[in-house]
Design a protein around this ligand. Structure first.
Ligand code: GDP
Length: 460
């Protein structure tokens, strides 16, 4: 399916009308094919990394568009092959006509991700970097963009290279021991070997751990706003979003359905889910559906924001609610609303046990809303966002790292059990294999490659 001797073409810009639309060709005949439809300088004679103004014409010789052609000769191009980019006017009709001209002249339509796959196959980037390209395109927050960019520049690959180098050093020491086993000489200092394995294990676990945050960066954090009817959930949602989105009313239970809104806090995306209030013994059928849904949403959410009316809900009730969150193992935030209605100094008296961990706000007057934002961010960021630390965002990498950790445990256990060196060597090789699966430095299964690149959009 993926043969590199063919020249591929695709519209590289987003669908729809734009000022400029770009068509990209890559492959051995990219330049020759473009020469067939381009009226301007003969491109075959031009140097690499040059721009050329001219016209694209159809088979009848009619002009389709005036364009600028960018010419890159392999291997100094994105894919490592000869690449042509035709920048025309961004009308879907014109771009489609240019595409037709390209395919008539000998190019074939590119499959999703085929450009990046060629870049990978031609050694322009490793697999982790190629996957970062997809992530970068999909990035919809600053944190996601930064993480993908770091991975694309090879930050993650460097970490892996370091792990690999350490593992190879370890393997060399073990092998040395093997060679001289009969002479009963322990070359490799056992303590040093244990130290090395522990170091590797720590580094791997750190990467594995970062995936939780990586997932958050990529997919956002879901926050369920839970509370009794009239606690002020809709008002708080509006305050957080600074807009009048949800319908606010005085009649208890008006937020029937769940609403989802996106909040960007310091580059992290939070998906706020406003739910119908938790109310026991409700008889209204519609309300019951709403309540059921809110409990369900609560269990699915990454964080539960429990909002209560500080005037009407006493400490015993909040404590009971807290116990339920604890019992369900949820991450939660307790927010006391309508603080504007409390007498000055009454807060501490009313909530002696919980006082220190409560956030007191007034959703209506928009006071101390920032504290909620800060708290939400801190809960998930764990001080890791915007640091130099590598964050694993890809489920495939995460799975491979879990395998690496497993192998490292096996090696550790093997050493403790004094198993023979050649068995240890096997475990080490397995460990190296899983590491290289991430960067694609070993033969990665064709099916896996297909899945990875199939997720790309066409034109990338
Ligand atoms: P929900 O049922 O939990 O979504 O509650 P709403 O957001 O609809 O609010 C219920 C009522 O409480 C409305 O009349 C709001 O104006 C009022 N309310 C909400 N937040 C505050 C607050 O901080 N202070 C005061 N005084 N009233 C509030």
């Amino acid at each position: 399916m993926f043969t590199q001797d063919q020249t591929i073409a695709a519209i590289a810009t987003a669908p729809g009308v734009g000022a400029i639309g770009v068509i990209r060709l890559s492959g051995p005949d990219a330049i020759a094919i473009t020469d067939r439809i381009f009226k301007g300088k003969k491109l075959e004679k031009q140097a690499t990394h040059t721009l050329h103004f001219g016209k694209i014409v159809d088979t009848a010789g009619h002009t389709i568009d005036e364009v600028v052609v960018s010419l890159y000769r392999g291997p100094r191009s994105y894919t490592g092959e000869d690449v042509i980019e035709i920048s025309g006017h961004g009308s879907p009709y014109i771009l489609q006509r240019i595409m037709e001209a390209c395919t008539t002249a000998g190019a074939r339509l590119a499959l999703p991700g085929e450009y990046t796959q060629r870049a990978f196959l031609n050694g322009k980037m490793d697999l982790a970097q190629a996957e970062a390209v997809a992530d970068l395109i999909a990035a919809d927050s600053a944190a996601a963009q930064q993480t993908a960019l770091k991975q694309l520049r090879g930050g993650f690959s460097n970490d892996l290279k370091q792990l690999r180098a350490q593992l190879i050093e370890f393997a060399a020491l073990i092998e040395l021991e093997l060679d001289f086993a009969e002479e009963d000489v322990a070359f490799a200092d056992r303590d040093k070997l244990y130290g090395l394995i522990n170091e590797l294990s720590n580094a791997t676990h750190q990467l594995i751990h970062s995936f939780r945050l990586g997932n958050v960066i990529k997919n956002g954090v879901s926050v369920a706003i839970i509370g009794k009817p009239n606690a002020g959930k809709s008002t708080l949602l509006n305050a957080l979003l600074n807009e009048e989105r949800a319908i606010v009313s005085d009649i208890a239970g008006t937020t029937r359905d769940t609403i989802e809104e996106i909040l960007n806090i310091n580059g992290l995306l939070f998906r706020l889910i406003d739910t119908a209030g938790i109310r026991e013994n409700t008889s209204d059928a519609i309300e019951q559906i709403g309540v059921g849904r809110s409990l369900e949403k609560m269990r699915q959410a990454d964080i539960v924001l429990y909002l209560f009316d500080a005037q009407s809900e006493d400490e015993a009730a909040v404590l009971q609610q807290q116990q339920q969150f604890e019992a369900e193992g949820l991450k939660y935030l307790l927010v006391a609303n309508k603080a504007d209605l409390l007498e000055p100094g009454a807060a501490q008296q009313r909530y002696p046990a919980l006082w220190e961990q409560l956030l007191f706000v007034s959703a209506k007057q928009k006071t101390d809303i920032e504290a909620i934002r800060t708290h939400l961010f801190d809960t998930v960021s764990e001080g890791q966002v915007n640091t130099e630390n590598t964050i694993v965002t890809n489920a495939r990498h995460h799975a491979a790292l879990l395998k690496v950790a497993e192998c490292l445990d096996d090696i550790h256990a093997g050493m403790t059990a004094n198993i023979s060196g050649d068995l240890l060597a096997l475990d080490i090789r397995r460990c190296l294999y899983y590491l290289s699966l991430i960067t694609g430095t070993v033969e990665v299964d064709r099916d896996i490659l297909g899945t990875i690149f199939g997720r790309f959009c066409i034109g990338k």
